[in-house]
Design a protein. Structure first.
Length: 499
């Protein structure tokens, strides 16, 4: 039975959480414009369900995003001759050179390039670079490799139709919207809806001024245009996020039809090139959870604890570390390695499984793990025929995959650093002495790895208490003759192991 305070709690919950009363729920939907009332009579047997059925054939637009009739991004609309006068058009934007000394032109970098699938009408937003070619022309690079740009898949469809591809390039918008541009969503998943989900409310979009696309209404600047679906133009060199300069490739050419903007817009650029850079930082936060969720939730890999994509120079894609709990079955470790290597065509050339105690951000610890915990004869596999992925084209056209199990497989003696309590006490002293602040990086204290004996705990305790001579008296009684140095004691005395 509920008492008065329970009832009050329930009521409170209905105020802060989801409504617990159906009519309350309907009222909330109506307040948010999500309820459609139909006044005319509808026959419940012959008309009602068929009427609702049309909702699943296009029907009413669902929340996310919401179309508005005007947007701040169109306070100023420049088109036609306004684009080509002296200093006008693209020349009026403060577009920087990213890699001075190598780049062939100023480049748009912090873009959201919006295109629409001409068959199903779904929009895609991708962050693709745009090279200044003329006051009203851009070179646009949409990657054609497997797992590359969603915009490229649209372009192929316009090419078949022999039509130019409408494109709107957004420069500057809410970070939650911009963030979705470089992320790897499924083909045909509209990034604008995902941004709405992240923002907790629909993104306001407005119809572009000269092309049939919708753009974020509150964007700073939008460059609209048509991309030729037949003729490609040399584009590059440009400093790439794989850490080399991309040389000239034939890429897309976009004729600008309008530049729309706020009255006082803020121009945005992003640093890419050698990683870490803004380019890898923006991807890392979403790529790593995507891979981990794939291994843990889709493949159900047991024992997987963490996944890290190596960032400096390698730009996340090439090297992946998988952390496993101690005692994970070897078969699960290998299933995890194979899953990480195959999720995306351009990610996972080198996949290394490590144990939970190894910090994947510490390259020295990785080498330590490879050196002492793996046997290359048993723990390494090479799989041929991997796509070359994202990298300099002059080097390699086809690549391979290397999988390494560097997890701990057998009990080992402790890590040879002072135990945690000694290090912590010493750190307190360090701080009290006013010495410069330390920045501990794991491992900074010793710990057990399975191979240890009670007798050694006794020795160690006596050692720090200054009673080492007692241990010496004991070992003196255990002396043996006829052995060569370095004969393990346990091979003679058969001491019991402590796990
Ligand atoms: C700063 C930056 C620049 C990028 N430049 C390009 C580019 O020029 N061409 C490209 O295809 N991908 C580029 N990418 C990667 C794409 O944004 C990424 O593959 C994204 O998933 C594309 O969205 P889509 O899958 O909807 O096409 C860039 C990413 C960042 C963060």
């Amino acid at each position: 039975m509920l008492d008065a305070s329970d009832t009050a709690k329930r009521h409170q919950r209905s105020v802060v959480g989801p409504p617990l009363d159906f009519q309350h729920h309907l009222r909330l939907l109506e307040e948010r414009g999500l309820l459609t009332r139909i006044d005319r009579a509808i026959d419940k047997d012959s008309e009602l369900h068929p009427l609702v059925r049309w909702q699943f054939q296009g029907g009413l637009a669902e929340e996310q995003p919401v179309v508005v009739s005007t947007g701040a991004c169109q306070e100023i609309v420049i088109k036609g001759s306004g684009l080509v006068g002296p200093g006008e058009g693209l020349a009026s934007l403060p577009i920087p050179v990213s890699t001075p000394g190598f780049d062939s032109a100023p480049y748009l970098t912090a873009t959201l390039c919006i295109t629409r699938d001409p068959e199903n009408g779904v929009q895609n937003m991708g962050t693709y670079r745009g090279a200044l070619k003329a006051q009203d022309r851009l070179g646009v690079r949409m990657s054609s490799r497997p797992g590359g740009a969603g915009g490229y898949l649209h372009w192929r469809k316009y090419q078949k139709r022999k039509e130019p591809m409408p494109c709107a390039i957004v420069i500057g918008c809410a970070p939650v919207v911009l963030f979705t541009g470089p992320q790897k969503l499924s083909v045909d998943q509209d990034e604008m809806a995902v941004a709405g989900g992240l923002a907790g409310g629909p993104i306001r979009i407005v119809k572009a001024a000269t092309v049939d696309l919708h753009v974020p209404a509150d964007a700073e600047i939008v460059i609209e245009g048509l991309i030729d679906s037949e003729w490609l133009e040399p584009e590059g060199p440009f400093g790439e996020s794989h850490g080399h300069v991309a040389l000239e490739d034939f890429n897309m050419s976009m004729k600008v039809t309008a530049i729309t903007r706020k009255r006082n817009p803020v121009f945005v650029s992003i640093i890419s090139q050698v990683t870490p850079s803004e380019s890898s930082v923006i991807k890392k936060v979403a790529f790593e959870p995507m891979f981990l969720a794939h291994l843990r939730d889709q493949l159900g890999i047991r024992g997987i604890k963490g996944l890290t994509m190596h960032e400096p120079f390698t730009n996340l894609r090439k090297v992946i570390f998988l952390q496993f709990a101690r005692g994970t079955a070897r078969t699960e470790v290998w299933r995890g390695l194979q899953g990480a290597a195959s999720l995306r065509a351009d990610c996972g050339k080198i996949c290394i499984a490590i144990s939970e105690d190894i910090d994947p951000a510490n390259t020295d610890a990785i080498f330590w793990s490879l050196a002492y915990r793996s046997n290359p004869g048993e723990d390494v596999q090479i799989l041929t025929h991997r796509s070359a992925g994202h990298g300099p084209k002059s080097v390699v056209r086809e690549d391979a995959t290397i999988l390494i199990d560097a997890t701990i497989k057998h009990d080992m003696p402790p890590l040879a650093l002072p135990r945690r309590e000694f290090m912590e006490r010493a750190r307190t002293i360090w701080n009290e002495l006013g010495l410069p602040a330390v920045s501990p990086q794991a491992p900074w204290h010793g710990y057990l790895l399975g191979d240890w004996e009670d007798r050694y705990d006794v020795y160690a305790r006596r050692a720090v208490e200054g009673r080492w001579a007692e241990s010496g008296e004991e070992t003196a009684k255990r002396r043996r003759e006829g052995l060569i140095p370095e004969t393990p004691v346990r091979s003679i005395e058969k001491l019991a192991k402590k796990s």
